[in-house]
Design a protein around this ligand. Structure first.
Ligand SMILES: C[S@@+](CC[C@H](N)C(=O)[O-])C[C@H]1O[C@@H](n2cnc3c(N)ncnc32)[C@H](O)[C@@H]1O
Length: 270
């Protein structure tokens, strides 16, 4: 067997349980390579990679998301993005991912305040999106806005594509690994919500790389102010300082917004 066959066998071993099966194989492969480089055995490597995937992905989904059931319910709903029935479905579905669930109590102001004066938005990139694209109808979007979203889960992006088709949104969801590839297509607004601390668990350079590479007119970058376990002492201040370091000497004009569970920065070109 070649090294590449060995690597493929390990990737398949990591993804052999349902919990990890839908994750972008490129991400799994690079995590396997990282663990092997530390001199770990194959068994230790599979365990360490699964732990990492749990931390950066599965931990935000307290139980497996039942996409088949969500799709059945979606099919019976109106197709108008802003219809009350569809919005109620979106609010409920967003409970399936911790990151969106945590902002449901202030969703309205979460988008209206930082985005005041910059709509209608014609192109949107939502990176490491989770289920946040279900909040599209709370954003000041143009009717024909071009939406591009990505996350590591193929089942999640398949569901989001079905949602775009149902609502006739000009959108596309793709599975991705931002650690390996950062989109460079020019866009009006990019969302990087609670993403930097999550990705920094694998690569400490990712925050700065994202902020340097994304070609957006405006960006919303946010940080959680309590951990998944609910603790949060000093997180707001620590992330504020961390963000100042990440943006030092970068040509962004920054405005800060404080929400109960989330610290948000709006970045715009000066
Ligand atoms: C803290 S959650 C934020 C989700 C969403 N942005 C929000 O705020 O509602 C982090 C998201 O990053 C995704 N993720 C983790 N590693 C990633 C990677 N290397 N590339 C792309 N997405 C990743 C996870 O699956 C998860 O949905």
């Amino acid at each position: 067997m070649t090294d590449s066959d060995d690597l493929q066998t390990l990737v398949e071993a990591v993804q052999s349980t349902a919990k990890y099966a839908a994750i972008d194989p490129g991400l799994v492969r690079s995590l396997v390579e990282q663990e092997l480089a530390k001199g770990r055995s194959t068994k230790e490597t599979v365990k360490a990679v699964r732990n990492k995937l749990h931390q950066i992905g599965s931990a935000y989904q307290e139980k497996p998301i039942d996409y088949a059931q969500l799709l059945r319910r979606l099919a019976a709903l109106p197709t108008e993005l802003r219809s009350p029935e569809l919005r109620a479905f979106c609010l409920e579905a967003m409970r399936n991912h911790t990151s969106t669930r945590e902002r449901l109590g202030f969703l309205e102001s979460f988008y209206s305040e930082p985005l005041a004066g910059i709509g209608p938005i014609h192109s949107l990139l939502d990176l490491a999106c989770g289920l946040n694209p279900l909040a599209l109808s709370w954003m000041p979007l143009a009717a024909d806005a071009q939406i591009e979203v990505c996350d590591i889960y193929a089942d999640m992006t398949a569901f989001l594509n079905a949602f775009f088709t149902h609502t006739a949104v000009n959108g596309s969801a793709n599975s991705c690994d931002l650690l390996q590839q950062i989109p460079e297509r020019p866009v009006q607004l990019a969302l990087l919500l609670k993403t930097i601390p999550c990705l920094e668990q694998v690569d400490k350079t990712i925050g700065r790389r994202l902020l340097q590479t994304i070609q957006a007119e405006y960006m919303l970058v946010s940080f959680p102010v309590h951990s998944l376990g609910g603790r949060g002492k000093g997180m707001r201040q620590n992330y504020d300082q961390h963000f100042q370091g990440l943006t030092a000497e970068l040509p962004w004009k920054v405005t800060r917004f404080d929400f109960p569970g989330e610290l948000v920065f709006r970045l715009s070109r000066p």
